[in-house]
Write a protein that binds this ligand. Structure first.
Ligand SMILES: [Ca+2]
Ligand SMILES: [Ca+2]
Length: 418
């Protein structure tokens, strides 16, 4: 393969070729001239074989673009995909008639639209580079993204979480991790980490202007390029962004046992690694005595009772969270006091393997430090006594229903007589 050889399809009816990595371009063939070229595809195993998706159908060249022959006549073909492993298998997405497939390098084409509606404007195909029987099929006026797991035989919607799912210009697949997808939509760029089952908006690539196309940097799949409507290309490098929240439950009395639940959530779009230093640390205030710490979801937690300190180290994949539970005992002579704690989260905001950013944990009950107000002890027996009275009343009512009924009837009878 010659990575300095490029082909470009033009809406002004031409295919151009460059043999110097794009420095100069020449018109390779102009008999496609009544047919706007919407997409070009290359056979990965025979790079002189090219396919062009046009307003007149699919054209094929076997001589690196010198000559072209029509192999599939259709009013409007928007995009093409070639199976990267079995390169005789082709897909063509059309406007009116939906998706077509050829298994013989373009000689015969068959519609493959089970579960997919026709009439799909600006429809595109993305083919999984590792498992080419997995395909994504999008458009801007229909049902958004459809996914096939059986080489186009059937299609199902894959739009969960996708705002403006009816307006999808492109699905791009991370070549290193094909379960990671990006979608350029009317609502901006979205990312999926689970092969299209769920989508999350990437706020840093917004919807104004609309992203019309996407490309992933093959050398660094964290870097995306988005072609924005009218304003050129935006570059986005994805980083991790970790927040911490800390809730507390238990007996809020002197000597009572309490449990803190710490949640470290990676709300960014890159994985947080286990870098040098602690990703989380908290030193409990002296009114608390640390008992233990447990991590529920990965990484390593260390409780050091002598220092009243807990640390956690580990990775947090993007979109995921880690939960740590801390058990402690409230100290004596704390009645009426407010006990306040806040942990510190560290993360790598620029993907250089060094944690450079810190955040403090926030209480889910309104933000800021996580607080306990220690009850005064005399309140507790009062509440217990009340509970006993209610229990005794309920037991009595269950055992003596008939007597209660008679009393009620007596009251009613007396009222009727008066
Ligand atoms: Ca670490
Ligand atoms: Ca860093």
């Amino acid at each position: 393969m010659s990575p300095t050889t490029l082909y470009a399809g033009s809406s002004g009816d031409r295919v151009y070729k460059s043999i110097d990595a794009g420095a100069t371009w020449s018109l390779v063939y102009d008999t496609l001239n009544t047919h706007q070229v919407n997409d070009l595809a290359m056979d990965p195993t025979a790079t002189s074989t090219l396919y062009a998706a046009t307003w007149g159908g699919v054209f094929k060249s076997t001589d690196a673009g010198a000559s072209w022959n029509i192999v599939f006549a259709d009013c409007c073909v928007f995009s093409l995909a070639v199976d990267p492993i079995a390169s005789a298998i082709l897909y063509a997405a059309t406007l009116i008639d939906g998706m077509f497939k050829s298994t013989d390098a373009g000689a015969i084409w068959t519609a493959v639209n089970t579960g997919a509606p026709g009439n799909r404007w600006k429809s595109t195909i993305a083919i999984d580079p590792v498992t080419p029987t997995t395909l994504y099929y999008s458009d801007t006026n229909g049902t958004g993204i459809l996914k096939s797991l059986d080489a186009g035989a059937s299609w199902n919607a894959a739009n969960n979480g996708l705002m403006w799912s009816t307006g999808v210009y492109r699905v791009a697949i991370d070549p290193a991790t094909p379960s990671t997808l990006y979608a350029a939509t009317w609502g901006g760029v979205f990312k999926s980490g689970d092969a299209g089952a769920n989508w999350n908006a990437m706020a840093t690539l917004g919807s104004t202007p609309t992203p019309l196309d996407l490309a992933i940097d093959p050398g660094n799949p964290r870097t995306l390029y988005a072609g924005m409507n009218g304003t050129g290309v935006n570059k986005l490098t994805q980083f991790s962004d970790v927040t911490g929240s800390m809730d507390v439950n238990g007996d809020f009395i002197a000597g009572g046992t309490v449990f803190y639940t710490v949640t470290l959530a990676n709300i960014g779009f890159a994985d947080q690694s286990d870098n040098p230093g602690d990703e989380f640390i908290i030193a409990l205030v002296p009114d608390l005595t640390l008992v233990s710490a447990t991590v529920m979801t990965g990484g390593g937690v260390v409780a050091t009772p002598a220092l009243n300190t807990i640390t956690w180290n580990g990775p947090i994949p993007w979109g995921e969270a880690v939960e740590i539970e801390i058990e402690a005992i409230i100290g004596p002579d704390t009645e009426g006091q407010v006990i306040s704690n806040q942990g510190q989260v560290s993360f790598d905001s620029d993907d250089d393997g060094v944690n450079d950013s810190q955040r403090t944990t926030e209480s889910p009950k309104g933000g800021g430090p996580t607080t306990i107000t220690v009850f005064k002890e005399e309140i507790i027996p009062t509440l217990s006594a009340m509970a006993m009275v209610i229990l005794a009343f309920l037991l009595a009512a269950t055992v003596l229903p008939r007597k209660v009924g008679n009393s009620l009837r007596t009251v009613v009878d007396m009222k009727q007589r008066s």
